[in-house]
Write a protein that binds this ligand. Sequence first.
Ligand code: ZN
Length: 351
Amino acid sequence: MSVWQVVGQTRAVSLLQRSLERGSLAHAYLLIGPAHVGKMALALNLAQALNCEASDPPCGECASCQKIALGKHADVQIIGLTSDGNSAEAKPRAEISIDQIRQMQHSASLPPFEGKHKVFIVDRAEQLSNEAANCLLKSLEEPVGKVIFILLAISESLLPATVTSRCQQLKLPPLAATELEAALNSGWGIEPQKARLLARLSHGCLGWAISAASDDGLLQQRTQQLDRLLDIINADYEERFAYAAQLAAQFSQNRGWVQEILDLWLDWWRDLLLVKVGCNDTITNIDRSAILIEMARGYNLAQIKVFINNIQAAGEQLRLNANPQLVLETFMLSIPGRRGELGEIPLPNLR
Ligand SMILES: [Zn+2]
């Protein structure tokens, strides 16, 4: 029996399984989905299926499948951002270079070394430099037998249309919280209460949930950031501006981190909205539901909606390279006042 280890993603898996059985695989795939949703897991599974020695691939157990799982198969290569450790996020301009693609093409021109197919996985393909993407195009336009390219990206819109149009696109949507919770519980043996929380916090991305389950640091970080968020909501302008300045300083070194903080704010205020409209069951921060319920009493629905728009606008402006300090200070000024407190203070015009 073939063993696809990817959790969920039944649509993509059954499509690939059918193509394998018919021998009608595309020579290039583009797997699209949010970070940690399982794109790499599916790509490696496909590489296993292509090189498996069993009659019903992928078996997950033969020498070939095991080598691929360990990243030690000579014919399966991963091309991605070259950086020291996990600091790729820290470099806003990091990209996959044309040299990396040229090396890949050279390797693709040689026959498989130990397996049946050569598989090249381009991780974070949205980070391909323009030159690298153009160079890659050549490989996509002139397919070679026994060579398969698998591009991974968070959105097809971040890649040139010339590249995406030459790949078969497979969308990997986030998993439903209940599905993920069940997988964490049964597949990874995570205790029910933690599985429930991680399923919510991961927004359907299993990879994140598994990392957070094995590394307490991720949950501790979230706790600290959430505590800070609550402090800031209750703080005066001086403290809020200090927070904005701190985030702005971080932004120049680590954009991803600041976006994560904004995502945390967004989750919190969406939860307030959900509580406000009586959908307490669907909130993300289930371990803080008591605070959310209490806090939601202090705002009206319109205030919450406006502020959610402000959080999204701040994120968008940062992505468009607006001045981070200005964006974050404006964002801090727009935190709504609670009933019976300061009241709402109109936004100063900072433009
Ligand atoms: Zn196998």
